[in-house]
Design a protein around this ligand. Structure first.
Ligand code: NAP
Length: 326
């Protein structure tokens, strides 16, 4: 039997390529720009495996056009770009990359929180501008992070990693999640459960760590911003559509909240022009972007694909039932 044919929408990294080499014949997308959906359709139609990024939409139409496909390996923990139900229906295994990016993404969410509260980006621009005339008592005064109340929405892997960082900053940690965390986790994180409205009303910083799904789309909307303190900041490293962006812009303009730090946007790479203001810090979806972590994510996706074609269970299946229906 020959090697399984796989299309990867990215060249990946050395380690991932080496993992795939033994069992798969991989066609790698090599151009610097992302492939269009037509280009993905074209390349995947005779393939048994697809390795994709969160910018690649894997819907039923694509699955239908690729009847030999047996696995879709997303190089991301979030999988809102993949129609997992259709994968299952068609006996296609879908996998993601949980766990390897928790600390890196939590670090980045923390960096965003520090940057917006301490006006780091404004200060950096000013320092570079040549206009700085020297230290002054009231120059670039921001808001303290230490000692404040931190509200975490979604106490999963990344939410917990984010919460752990709060201890060093002597913060009071609140959280909301679909269910209460076990008591030992609450104790370890020194975190108290709140319903969403109470969390929004009490927090100085609200950080989002939920997946994007039908429940969380537009989770922070106009009425929710209304509940927040006018001195509070929102940090989003989850997915853009978890925030109603127009409502966020309105809340910022009306002074309903003090600012926002965003790694993700509703319609990436488009950025709502109303967000380009001094009390918003923005990043181009780079929460997991460290060399170490991105390499691990790619290797994890490669392991999932290689395992399936070796006749083993891929370790990170989102729909193990697809194996039965295959
Ligand atoms: P996770 O371990 O599944 O954690 C998500 C948490 O959110 C779970 O505890 C989940 O509860 C909770 N949740 C789900 N729906 C909720 C709701 N409506 N209200 C409150 N809590 C809710 O996922 P993770 O690995 O921490 O990743 C979280 C998300 O971060 C990913 O899905 C991805 O979109 C995003 N992310 C972004 C970047 C970036 O580069 N910016 C990097 C990595 C991840 P249940 O388990 O009970 O459902």
């Amino acid at each position: 039997m020959g090697k399984a044919k796989v299309f990867s929408t990215h060249p990946l990294f050395e380690e991932a390529r080496a993992i795939l080499d033994a069992d798969c014949e991989v066609e790698y997308w090599a151009r610097p720009e992302r492939p269009t959906s037509q280009e993905v359709f074209q390349r995947v139609k005779d393939k048994e495996g697809l390795i994709c990024l969160l910018t690649d939409r894997v819907g039923d139409d694509l699955l239908r056009a690729a009847p030999k496909l047996r696995i879709v390996a997303n190089v991301a923990v979030g999988y809102d770009n993949v129609d997992v139900a259709s994968c299952t229906k068609r006996g296609v295994v879908a996998t993601n990359t949980p766990g390897v990016l928790d600390e890196t993404t939590a670090d980045f969410a923390w960096a965003l929180m520090m940057a917006i509260s301490r006006r780091l980006v404004e200060g950096d621009a000013y320092a570079r501008s040549g206009n700085w005339k020297g230290w002054n008592l009231d120059q670039f005064c921001g808001t303290d992070v230490w000692g404040k109340t931190l509200g975490i929405i979604g106490l999963g892997r990344i939410g917990r990693a984010f919460a752990r960082r709060a201890a060093g900053f002597k913060m009071h940690v609140l959280y909301n999640s679909t269910k209460r965390a076990p008591e030992e986790i609450e104790r370890e994180l020194n975190a108290e459960y709140r319903d969403l409205n109470a969390l929004l009303a009490e927090s100085d910083f609200v950080s989002l760590h939920v997946p994007l799904n039908s429940e969380t789309r537009g989770l922070l909307d106009a009425p929710k911003f209304f509940r927040m303190k006018p001195t509070a900041f929102v940090i989003n490293t989850a997915r853009g559509p978890v925030i109603d962006e127009a409502a966020l812009v309105h809340a910022l303009e009306a002074g309903k909240i003090a600012g926002a730090a965003l790694d993700v946007f509703e319609q990436e790479p488009f950025i709502h022009p109303g967000l380009k203001r001094p009390n918003v810090v923005m990043a181009p979806h780079m929460g997991s972007a460290s060399v170490e972590t991105r390499s691990k994510m790619a290797a994890m996706a490669a392991h999932n694909v290689a395992a399936l074609f070796r006749g083993q269970r891929p370790p990170n299946m989102l729909n193990p039932e697809a194996l039965q229906s295959a």
